[in-house]
Design a protein around this ligand. Structure first.
Ligand SMILES: Nc1ncnc2c1ncn2[C@@H]1O[C@H](COP(=O)(O)OP(=O)(O)O)[C@@H](O)[C@H]1O
Ligand SMILES: [Mg+2]
Length: 261
């Protein structure tokens, strides 16, 4: 493990497990948000991500998990409450401003440009800071080595798992303060799902704060530092991944006793 620099940052993609700190990167407070007038999908939700943490969000279908991520990324109308990144409100900002404030978002679907090459997708991720290309490319190919060897390949010709890697890499090009991932394992075969979770862990170990929504609740809680159970738009439970995995109420309501994987 190499020593951290004086700024406390890891020195490279695999500079060892980056220190988790108490500094709050993302704070969602009493958030109400929704699509249609008068109907809140997010109901007084709360969430905190500290620097270096891997946060998991689980919960039933339709609980509002994707809506919560979309609210943070300015795609859903916020009606009340706060969303702060590095201590400043980001409510009402457009996506380019959110990206420059350090918010990286990988939606569940349509998250790559299929007609562009891997390299062009990565360049699109960095359009606000093209000079950093070489350095950021080194960072993402440190995690996704196989992409580095296939930069000229069109993203549309890749498998689902490979596309997910391109999508995450594209968001990582801007060196985000927080990476929002919506169901990175969805639609993948069991082996590819395992790979997706390992890659998410690798990104986090390289120092990136992550908020990940996952339908594979058990697997998500196994790798996250802390988790939130979202139910009907509320943070019904939160705790360390391990505590939630062992909480009888969470098991009974959200994990089920079968299919322990
Ligand atoms: N674009 C939309 N317009 C109106 N309602 C929506 C829209 N997207 C999602 N919803 C509704 O919001 C609720 C939560 O959806 P979602 O956030 O996708 O849940 P989850 O990701 O937890 O499965 C659902 O009732 C869904 O029907
Ligand atoms: Mg969803």
């Amino acid at each position: 493990m190499s020593a951290p620099t004086s700024s406390g940052q890891p020195t490279g993609a695999f500079a060892g497990e980056a220190a988790k700190t108490d500094r709050i990167v993302v704070e969602v407070k009493n958030l109400d948000a929704g699509y249609l007038p008068g109907i809140n999908i997010i109901n007084s939700a709360n969430l905190v991500a500290h620097k270096g943490e891997l946060i998991g969000i689980i919960g039933p279908n339709g609980a509002g998990k994707s809506t919560l991520l979309k609210s943070i990324f300015g795609m859903v109308k916020v009606r009340a409450g706060e969303i702060n990144v590095n201590g400043e409100s980001i409510i009402g900002l457009k996506s380019d401003k959110l990206v420059s404030r350090g918010v990286g978002f990988v939606p569940q679907t349509n998250n790559v440009f299929p007609s562009l090459t891997i390299e062009e997708n990565l360049q699109m991720g960095l359009y606000q800071n093209p000079k950093a290309y070489g350095e950021r490319l080194e960072f993402v190919t440190g995690i996704f080595a196989e992409l580095g060897k296939r930069l000229k390949q069109r993203a549309g010709s890749l498998s689902g798992g490979e596309r997910q890697m391109v999508a995450m890499s594209r968001a990582l090009m801007m060196d985000p303060a927080v990476l929002l991932l919506d169901e990175p394992s969805a639609g993948l075969s069991p082996v590819r799902q395992d790979d997706a979770f390992i890659r998410v862990s690798d990104i986090n170990k390289a120092g990136v704060t992550i908020i990940m929504v996952e339908q594979n609740a058990r697997r998500c809680l196994q790798i996250c530092d802390r988790g939130y159970v979202l139910d009907q738009g509320r943070d019904a439970y939160h705790g360390t991944g391990r505590d939630l995995l062992n909480d009888p109420k969470v098991i009974g309501l959200y994990l089920g006793s079968l299919g322990q994987n």
